[in-house]
Design a binder for this molecule. Sequence first.
Ligand code: PLP
Length: 287
Amino acid sequence: MKNIAYYNGRIAAIEDMMIPMNDRACYFADGVYDAMFTVNHVPLSLDDHLARFYRSARRIDIEIPMPYDELRAMVVDFCKRVDSPDAMAYVQVSRGVGMRNHPYKGAQSGPSLWVWVKPDGLDPMMREYACITAEDTRYLMCDVKTINLLPSVMYAQRAEEAGCDETILHRGERVTECAHSNVHILKDGTFITAPCDNLILPGITRAHRIAQCKEMGIPVEERPFTVSEMMDADEIFFTSASALCCRVTMIDGKRVGGRDTALIRKIQQAAWDEAIAEAGIAPVPFK
Ligand code: PLP
């Protein structure tokens, strides 16, 4: 099948799914989500993503209405059932269905659970990426993977209109993250990335790249860095479930990075090796 979806017990194609008007996801974006990508029908870093999903839900007082092992099995099964070996797998929980009212202790149905898988692919790593920058005007709980994504939608639209791929966000001089990824720099052989606090999402891919760099003996600094440090960095790259390690060579129309190709390629190769090992496919060069 092309794609597959689950919502509160019903399974069908995504296009055939309906949700109740009173689901609090519609009124308040009152929920959290997580997303991962598959290679060879295998969702990469599945347990990391699902663990964060349950953590995010707990942070906003929602209990996911399915035990971990059952949800995990459903995601694995859906990834096998879609035709495309390359796909995006998505899980979302909202607080449930009830007459519109901001407080949530009243009559509710109990949380609603979404799962779907649709064809999609990893962002190519051989490509060079262009970004714009923007003041980070999001709220101060960016560590929770909320479905309230209005700022990201606006940032993505602006990037697209500028012919760019991502928006790098900053609060004043301090770089936080991108609209849908984490951003990092390489300077004098050191991997520098913003610390995990309430200003960024603790990216699963970020954590994997940090762990791999440490294993390879590449020094890692988790500390705030500035826009000017970024513009002057040897390399700039962003990471997310779809972007294992994507190199940025243009920011706000200026050429940037491009001064440590060997190191960025080494990190990309390690990212790709990890992905194909997990997916159980024979080594092939990354695109
Ligand atoms: N930051 C934001 C705002 C994101 O939306 C995402 C991914 O969706 C990330 C960072 C990267 O997180 P991960 O590597 O877990 O996909």
